[in-house]
Design a protein around this ligand. Structure first.
Ligand SMILES: [Zn+2]
Length: 306
């Protein structure tokens, strides 16, 4: 049923897609309860693990994929909210889907936040075959350079870590520890960053899997009214000293007091979650930008193992 759905997806109207995916997720949750949201064994530390920077207990990484113009236009408000609460995050834009304002990119970096690249045009075909990937990789590299960005996330979490090595990046965000609800559902089975070795020509890069379920799955498909699933997983990752990494889309955040559309959740639910971390973990977490985490991983941990 799952693969058939994704074959037919382009011709199914959006609301019907959501309705079908909701039904599917409901059915799958029972089936996958032993491997999601927590995958036993994924808490095992990498062999050369020496701990987080400054002796922090765990890492907390905020990332945002910006899907459409509407999301793009909400980034400033989201950044200001996070900044006020004392957090930093990265914003990944699609270079050829909507117009990515230079002024916004500058605003993000000038505030100590980060800009990354999210695919090329978000049409679901980036990994269709090697030829398509190669020609698009060239364009993606051009945008990485132009935007002074070092991070990438593929649309729909499609991933081929070997191909991704063709991008001039320090890190990739296109995987997850465990998420059976994703179209390409093979998780990497760890709540820690890891190094993807280069092939001799290219440099290696750091893979940063997300470890909290995406906002769309949680609020739109599961229709959760709270962040309990996030909090439970956060507590477990923190206890195991891992990396809490979440992808929140500004597109799905409702900043107004109006009631949410089918694809939105209220901003207060996100604020409450950030406050939960501050209140419960005080000085125990490290909140780096993904590029800082990638740099730390490359130099502090894995250099010691070789
Ligand atoms: Zn996307």
């Amino acid at each position: 049923m799952k693969s058939l759905f994704y074959i037919l997806k382009p011709i199914i109207p959006r609301m019907l897609q959501i309705f079908l995916r909701r039904k599917l997720v409901k059915k799958q949750r029972e089936k996958y309860k032993d491997i999601w949201p927590i995958l036993p064994g994924s808490e095992k530390k990498p062999s050369a693990w020496t701990g987080w920077q400054d002796g922090k207990k765990f890492a907390f990484v905020l990332t945002h994929d910006v899907e459409l113009q509407g999301g793009h236009d909400k980034c400033k408000e989201l950044l200001e909210l996070e900044k006020k609460l004392g957090f930093k995050s990265s914003f990944n834009f699609v270079p050829e889907r909507y117009s990515v304002s230079r002024e916004l990119r500058d605003f993000i970096t000038e505030n100590g936040f980060e800009v990354g690249v999210h695919g090329l045009n978000h049409d679901g075909k980036l990994f269709s075959n090697k030829k398509i990937f190669d020609s698009r990789a060239e364009k993606i590299n051009k945008y990485l350079k132009e935007w002074n960005a070092v991070g990438f996330r593929a649309p729909a979490m499609h991933h081929n870590l070997e191909w991704i090595n063709e991008l001039n990046i320090e890190y990739d965000l296109s995987t997850f520890d465990t998420d059976p609800f994703e179209p390409q559902s093979d998780g990497v089975g760890t709540i820690f960053p890891f190094l993807v070795e280069g092939n001799g020509i290219n440099n290696s890069y750091v893979e940063l899997p997300y470890t909290l379920v995406q906002d769309f799955t949680l609020f739109v498909l599961i229709k959760a009214k709270s962040t309990d699933i996030w909090k439970e997983k956060l507590d477990w990752v923190a206890e195991n000293g891992g990396m809490v990494l979440v992808n929140v889309h500004p597109d799905y955040i409702n900043f107004s007091k109006n009631s949410n559309s089918a694809e939105e959740f209220n901003v207060n639910i996100y604020i409450e979650f950030l406050e939960y971390i501050k209140k419960n973990y005080h000085e125990n977490y490290w909140n780096p930008l993904p590029k800082q985490l990638a740099n730390f991983t490359k130099h502090s941990i894995f250099s010691k193992s070789t």
